[in-house]
Design a protein around this ligand. Structure first.
Ligand SMILES: Cc1cc2nc3c(=O)[nH]c(=O)nc-3n(C[C@H](O)[C@H](O)[C@H](O)COP(=O)(O)OP(=O)(O)OC[C@H]3O[C@@H](n4cnc5c(N)ncnc54)[C@H](O)[C@@H]3O)c2cc1C
Length: 340
């Protein structure tokens, strides 16, 4: 019997993890992604003038056994490293920071290295093919066709099975017509945006920590000296600023210039610094950044319809994050393999 053909939509950590486990078991998998290169929300911006910013996910934890093994392999191959950072809880510029202790990891030399590693050419995986945005799913003689805006079939053909591995809110839209029951489940989840600011300075700022969680009324919830992470260039001093989910959602329609100016003001106010002029400054809006209300399910899978979903909206742990996205993709592949 010929192997079933699976299409994975989304080459983030969940989709690529699912694709690898299926391919390792001998299944034929094709992956498409709308982005220009591997990263998903584990993104890194590199400017020609030198600064490097992880402007999406900042770090990750490894609590699950299977994910710990994944991370140990990455560490052994130089794709990840422990980030022994001085991270504080900062209430305002005058408060005494409390040092946080936890084992945190980062991709090296940048966060996008993790997904790039999973996107290396692999036997059994066709792709990932970048620059392909699936706009709707349509039934085909066998299985589904994933069609793009100009109504051509993604990867040029139909598939027996489709795995949707994209942010929950986007997945809800995509499966609305094909699988209303899945769309209704996804509608119970909630997502928030995140405005990210990126600032580079010629000289190190006078701050005695590498990163801070900000727990006051500031627009910001997190600031980090990207330069402090292992494997990053020592100069210039690059700072990533993340606005809090509620603030980002409320201000989601700001222009990037407006957002940059608000985040920069908040950075100065929170740290109590008079900032020197930055040598690089930019802002990025993540429209579907954080899952604020996840689904209490490991994934969704309808073997009869050949449709499945994974990603960080499916959370069985303390909070939706990289580790949960990995788990969801890994467990979904296990479920698919067990149903044949
Ligand atoms: C600003 C920010 C900060 C974060 N901080 C942390 C952190 O510090 N630690 C942590 O653990 N997690 C953090 N996260 C969350 C973490 O990044 C996600 O949980 C994780 O990356 C989700 O992986 P995923 O594979 O489910 O989705 P994604 O990484 O979003 O991957 C989905 C992929 O699908 C593609 N795609 C979407 N729609 C389509 C379509 N229609 N057709 C084709 N392709 C499509 C996208 O291009 C993307 O590559 C952060 C996220 C953001 C945005």
């Amino acid at each position: 019997m010929p192997a079933l053909q699976t299409l994975v939509i989304g080459a983030g950590i969940s989709g690529m993890t699912c694709a690898h486990r299926l391919a390792d078991a001998g299944q034929a998998v094709t992956v498409v992604d709308k982005g220009r290169r591997p990263s998903g929300r584990l993104a890194t911006r590199t400017s020609r003038s030198g600064p490097v910013f992880d402007h999406g996910a900042q770090f990750f934890t490894a609590r699950l056994d299977g994910f710990r093994a994944r991370v140990q392999d990455w560490i052994a191959r130089g794709v990840a490293a422990e980030w022994d950072a001085r991270i504080v809880d900062l209430e305002d510029a005058s408060a005494t920071p409390t040092w946080r202790r936890a084992t945190r990891y980062v991709g090296t030399p940048s966060m996008d290295a993790l997904v790039a590693d999973l996107c290396r050419p692999t036997t059994g995986i066709d792709g990932p093919h970048f620059g392909i945005q699936v706009s709707h799913l349509a039934p085909a003689a066998t299985g589904h066709e994933a069609r793009t805006e100009d109504d051509t079939a993604a990867a040029g053909r139909a598939f027996d099975r489709v795995v949707v591995a994209i942010a929950g809110a986007q997945a809800q839209t995509l499966v609305q017509t094909t699988h209303p029951a899945f769309a209704r489940r996804l509608a119970t989840a909630q997502t928030a945006a995140c405005w990210a600011g990126m600032l580079a300075f010629d000289h190190r700022l006078n701050l005695d920590f590498d990163a801070a969680f900000i727990e006051n009324t500031s627009p910001l919830s997190w600031i980090a000296r990207n330069t402090a992470k292992p494997g990053r260039p020592a100069a210039p001093a690059c700072w990533v600023l993340h606005a809090a989910p509620a603030w980002s959602q409320e201000h989601v329609e700001l222009t990037t210039d407006q957002a940059l100016s608000r985040l920069t003001e908040a950075f100065a106010a929170t740290t109590g610094l008079t900032l020197p002029p930055p040598t690089y400054a930019a802002a990025h809006r993540w429209r579907f950044a954080h899952v604020t209300k996840p689904l209490d399910a490991p994934y969704l899978h309808d073997p009869a319809q050949g449709l499945a979903l994974c990603g960080d909206v499916f959370c069985t742990g303390p909070r939706p994050n990289i580790e949960q996205a990995w788990r969801s993709g890994h467990e979904l592949a296990g479920a698919i393999l067990s149903t044949g």
